[in-house]
Design a binder for this molecule. Sequence first.
Ligand SMILES: Nc1ncnc2c1ncn2[C@@H]1O[C@H](COP(=O)(O)OP(=O)(O)OP(=O)(O)O)[C@@H](O)[C@H]1O
Ligand SMILES: [Mg+2]
Length: 210
Amino acid sequence: MVWEFVTDTPEQTQRIAENLAALLRAGDLIILSGELGAGKTTFTQGLGRSLGVRPGIISPTFVLVRIHPNLPEGHNPGGPDLVHVDAYRLATPGEIDDIDLENTMDSSVTVVEWGEDRVEHLAASRLEIELLRAVGSGTPQAVRPAEAGQVAGERGEAPDFADSFDADEDDGEPRTLRLRAVGPRWANTDFSKLGPLSQNTELAINPCES
Ligand SMILES: Nc1ncnc2c1ncn2[C@@H]1O[C@H](COP(=O)(O)OP(=O)(O)OP(=O)(O)O)[C@@H](O)[C@H]1O
Ligand SMILES: [Mg+2]
């Protein structure tokens, strides 16, 4: 199944993530895709907040994996940890295996930015979430362009994001958030309440996909 949502601001993207977090449990795998600055980390911040894990979710520029433990004093004690991976520089599934996500998966929700075609083998069921800039939304904001000539492993630094944003609606740009639920874990899950569905209902609910 494919579900498509619209979001106009970082806050709305995080709200969709917060709503999704309520459905998640340890062992779940989320693969995030979308160009630089699409909103993958912004989405992950919403997840982390709702899961009640240690804050400080940022684009892990040089760090491949960050573990955000569940906060026993938070609003969701006993919930899963959040493992946040940036697979941008990992070329092969073998390199992914080296970072040993299997170790943490059972006790965590695992979120992998740039994980497409790299981490599918880790779990039979997964959520694939793609963030797309709406067509015609203006000049793309290249937040961290991988400059030509830049040494591999030196993706530009992200601006410093707090885990929550001030409600500055000027900051917002329309995005489409496309969620594809794969595997038995998600076979009967209705995601339509996560946020405003895209008007393109044919795409939003496509019984041909499984
Ligand atoms: N509707 C929106 N949803 C999400 N982010 C938005 C939206 N509108 C504007 N933004 C801005 O876009 C930027 C998204 O940055 P973010 O770091 O989340 O992207 P990313 O996909 O993780 O990039 P990278 O591939 O470099 O890790 C933020 O500055 C955020 O405020
Ligand atoms: Mg990021």
